[in-house]
Design a protein around this ligand. Structure first.
Ligand code: C5P
Length: 402
């Protein structure tokens, strides 16, 4: 959550009822580490007082273009140069129209013309005003000129209407602002990730599986999407929410997982975080198996090998940069290095599942990554989401090397 650390953001507030949410937005941006200056239009000041925004931003609020006192402090050109981002929230229909015209008839529109910083707009207005063709055309023009439009979302409006036109919630806007600065190491890359266990049917009601929770694979999918990648996540049965901007394909068996991965190819990077069942019952009964009431004998289940998804994809002519996991209870690094070679991988991530505070089903992990040159890089124990970000950064630097 340090992603706005030392970032300088001008929050421009337009004259709409959603202006009351801008106070919370300023607070959230500062929580993420940003320095904030607020610029209010005359209309905005009818809805919320500059004093509130001054207290929350920790800086004097800028309201007038032609105020000698304010210009003696931080003039409008200085303010325009100071900003790393201008975020206008709420951005009314009138403001959008004035931005399209290139107006400079108040401080906020003048700043927009004067700044080189990226500009994000959070439109907020009545749903009919948003739907009007004039506003839609303006939105399109602004989008083409490189303004980043965040929202609007849909729901109940202050005027009682229901529809598209609500300002995005402050928390989401702050997150979106952070994403605009995020280091996009994987932009343009397609990353395929397997996650979770597989489930191998014995009959319609019984199956063989394992304790994998899928948390590591899902955290990796989230981190890869944050790094700008297009992410396909092929998951066995798990109880996890799909991360934002990730395409998820649910499967059961190892063979289903392989078929889904093959269908998702080509990809630039494959990260095989799934705990795939090595074996499956030779046959899966169509009807529920019944025990013999006249016999106390046990039953024998014949298991056969499942395909190795990672090795299969890493052998293809269009093989992706291939990353495997080695979860071991002993001789960890030795076994991991063998797997790297045997499966023709670029990287292998070794984790010690004998340590119950990390690995399977836990929220934390500690890993050592081994590359083709046998170089080892260790990442100490921390949350799976942090490890995932570190690993995605590591992968991003490695793919640019090969
Ligand atoms: O051989 P082992 O199961 O220990 O290898 C683990 C690595 O191989 C993991 O990355 C796992 O996702 C992948 N794997 C696979 N298909 C299998 C078995 C393992 O993709 N059938």
């Amino acid at each position: 959550m340090q992603r706005l650390f030392q970032k300088r953001i001008i929050v421009g507030i337009g004259g709409g009822i959603a202006a009351y949410k801008s106070a919370e937005l300023v607070r959230r941006l500062r929580d993420l580490g940003a320095e904030v200056h607020v610029v209010m239009t005359r209309g905005a000041r009818e809805f919320i007082t500059p004093l509130t925004l001054q207290a929350l931003s920790g800086n004097p609020v800028h309201t007038d273009l032609l105020d000698p006192q304010a210009e003696a402090g931080m003039g409008h050109i200085e303010l325009a140069r100071w900003a790393d981002l201008v975020l206008i929230a709420p951005c009314t229909a009138d403001l959008m129209s004035r931005l399209v015209q290139g107006s400079a008839n108040d401080l906020l529109t003048t700043l927009v013309l004067a700044t080189d910083a990226p500009i994000a707009l959070a439109p907020a207005m009545n749903q009919a005003m948003w739907a009007d063709s004039a506003t839609q055309t303006n939105a399109e023009i602004l989008n083409q000129r490189g303004f980043k439009l965040l929202g609007p979302s849909s729901g109940i409006q202050a005027c009682g209407d229901i529809g598209l036109g609500r300002m995005l919630e402050p928390e989401l806007l702050a997150q979106n602002a952070a994403d605009l600065f995020a280091h996009k190491a994987l932009t343009g890359k397609h990353i395929l990730i397997t996650a979770g266990p597989t489930r191998e049917d014995i009959d319609p009601v019984r199956y063989i599986t394992n304790h994998s929770s899928g948390k590591m694979g899902f955290s990796l999918a989230e981190a890869a999407a944050e790094a700008g990648a297009r992410v396909t996540l092929v998951s066995g049965p798990v109880h996890l929410v799909t991360p934002d901007r990730v395409e998820r394909i649910d499967v059961n068996s190892a063979r289903d997982m392989l078929a889904a991965c093959e269908a998702a190819m080509p990809c630039d990077v494959l990260i095989a975080a799934a705990a795939v069942a090595d074996y499956r019952p030779e046959t899966s009964a169509e009807k529920k198996l019944k025990k013999d009431p006249n016999s106390a004998d046990g039953m024998t289940l014949k298991l056969i090998r499942n395909p190795d998804i990672l090795a299969t994809l890493a052998q293809r002519a269009d093989r992706p940069f291939s990353v495997g996991f080695a979860a071991e209870t002993h001789n960890l690094l030795e076994y991991a290095a063998c797997k790297l070679r045997d499966k023709n991988l670029d990287l292998i991530v070794a984790n010690d599942v004998a340590n119950t505070s990390i690995g399977f089903n836990s929220d934390e992990n500690a890993i050592t990554v081994i590359d083709r040159e046998q170089q080892q890089t260790s990442f100490p124990q921390t949350s799976k989401s942090k490890i995932a970000r570190q690993l995605i950064d590591f992968i991003a630097t490695h793919i640019h090397k090969v």
